[in-house]
Design a protein around this ligand. Structure first.
Ligand code: HEC
Length: 130
């Protein structure tokens, strides 16, 4: 019993450390724009900053960001977006660069997304990622 309790607290501590990596209050806010869609609004942003490593030629971390179904499938760490919850979405955490270890795109390798662009991606995820 005692051991189970210790393992549980150790796991909780690990989860807390992982979550602490990103201060969600520092994420750029979601854009106010409505009717945001992947094809119209989001695909061009990923094409400019992400698709050379996450597209048809290369699939780093087994992640593709060039089509909506591919984005939905996610990568080797699991889901890339949590539909309806942009602040909990891996893509938003990575793009924000708040955690240097997981910042995307890797420094100097592609054009970083601006806070406005990240806000638009947040709005898209929060609106259901259509
Ligand atoms: C120059 C290549 C390159 C570019 C450009 C790039 N990435 Fe990555 N990405 C990687 C590599 C390599 C990894 C594997 C993790 C690592 O080594 O840091 C990765 C991993 C990821 C992951 C984790 C996937 C998983 O399931 O583990 C996400 C999310 C991600 N990238 C999102 C993006 C987004 C969003 C963009 C554009 C804003 C982007 N990446 C641009 C190379 C790139």
């Amino acid at each position: 019993m005692i051991q189970t309790g210790m393992i549980a607290s150790a796991l909780l501590a690990i989860v807390m450390v992982v979550n602490a990596a990103i201060d969600k209050t520092k994420l750029p806010p979601a854009a106010k724009k409505t009717g945001v869609t992947f094809d119209k609004d989001i695909k061009p942003l990923f094409e400019a900053s992400c698709v050379k490593c996450h597209g048809s030629e290369k699939q780093k971390a087994k992640l593709r960001l060039d089509t909506l179904p591919a984005v939905m499938r996610g990568g080797e760490s699991g889901k890339a977006i949590e539909v309806g919850k942009s602040a909990d979405s891996r893509i938003i955490h990575a793009s924000s660069g708040l955690d240097a270890d997981t910042a995307m795109p890797p420094e100097g390798k592609a054009k970083p997304l601006s806070p406005e662009e990240i806000g638009l991606i947040r709005a898209w995820i929060d609106q259901g990622a259509k």
